[in-house]
Ligand binder design. Sequence first.
Ligand code: IMP
Ligand code: MG
Length: 191
Amino acid sequence: MATGSTKMATTEFTNTNLEVMYSEAEIQARLKDLGTEITAEYTGKDLVLVGVLKGSCVFMADLMREIDLPLTIDFMSVSSYKDGTISTGDVEILKDLSNSIRDKHVLIVEDIIDTGLTLTRLVEILGSRGAASIKIATFLDKPEPRIKKELVVDYTGFVIPNKFVVGYGLDAAGRYRNLPFIAVVIDPSVA
Ligand code: IMP
Ligand code: MG
């Protein structure tokens, strides 16, 4: 940058190609409410949070610290987007749960529900394993492109318009998961 320029150099977090949709403070405030709601619902129940990797890792870490109950966590990894950004509907289990969910109250923790194909399939798969209940907590819900309109979403952080968002665990080609906020990439052709 030229000497004397008033233009600030940007970092990953201050990248001017990002338009913030939800700030870190807004996210933390919403998570407190979600945690309170979930704590009330699962009091006295054997709760296991099942995070869907990789996108849910940040939401999982924050949400579990707002749930004031004895609980366990587990993770699954499924591939849903096989063809660029177009969902094919196929769900392949890349990493399965480490422990049985038999007789447990399962709360699936997901980053975002878009078409609903991934979660619908995951609920079917986990539904055959003898859980006491299976519910869904998603950080973001993008209802407009939903194909599986019958999918019941029990807990939602924020309902968002039909835009591709990044940050707080969500990526674009692997990047941006570490942003502490949710943003829209203004020009995807700019690195
Ligand atoms: P679907 O509900 O089966 O369409 O897929 C949901 C998955 O697609 C999410 O878990 C994300 O991995 C990915 N996804 C959908 N929309 C977005 C987005 O706006 N940003 C980043 N990833 C997304
Ligand atoms: Mg995901």
